[in-house]
Design a protein around this ligand. Structure first.
Ligand code: MG
Length: 181
């Protein structure tokens, strides 16, 4: 496996919590398909790898997973234990932490993150179902944050194509047309 020691630890912890980088790449592919149909899966996977190679993303992911695990084991003090275990809608710090990743690539990522928060594509939806007492309060948002950042990175790297320039604009967010209204 390539990448720094820290990156390897991130990949390890994501895998231990049920998430492969390819799962995140599938979310990216689905996210950008309507606007950029000719971007292949490999490019999506490469974009995910690039996001996960950034130190800010790495520490955000490790922090969020650690809090999920501690909540799962009942090892956080109240009221955090209950708020994180029950994925309380009033908590909100899971989204804030994930946005630290998304913000690495500007406002396109922000729009995509908002869309993923609603639609919960692919692995994000699976995590959000919290099977068998698993706590993924942070992880589902972190995965959405990485996917949104990767989608934004792809959009920024294709500035000459008209359709792709649309994706990079605030008025034309990275969302499928049917969800844009
Ligand atoms: Mg959450």
């Amino acid at each position: 496996m390539g990448g720094s020691r820290l990156e390897q630890q991130v990949v390890h912890w994501l895998r231990a919590r049920g998430v492969e980088l390819s799962d995140i790449a599938e979310v990216v592919a689905e996210l950008i398909k309507p606007k950029m149909p000719d971007v292949g899966f490999e490019e999506c996977l490469e974009a995910v790898r690039r996001v996960v190679s950034k130190r800010e993303a790495q520490f955000a992911i490790l922090t969020g997973i650690a809090l999920d695990v501690l909540a799962e084991r009942g090892q956080l003090p109240e009221p955090l234990r209950t708020a994180i275990r029950d994925d309380s809608p009033l908590y909100g710090i899971d989204e804030v932490l994930a946005l630290a990743i998304t913000n690495l690539y500007g406002s396109v990522g922000l729009t995509a993150f908002g869309y993923l928060d609603k639609r919960k594509l692919g692995i994000i939806g699976q995590l959000n179902r919290h099977r068998d007492g698993a706590v993924h309060t942070f992880l589902d948002d972190l995965v959405a944050g990485v996917a949104a950042a990767a989608a934004a990175r792809i959009a920024h790297r294709h500035p000459r194509d008209e359709a792709r320039r649309d994706v990079a604009g605030v008025r034309h967010p990275v969302v499928p047309a049917e969800a844009a209204g």
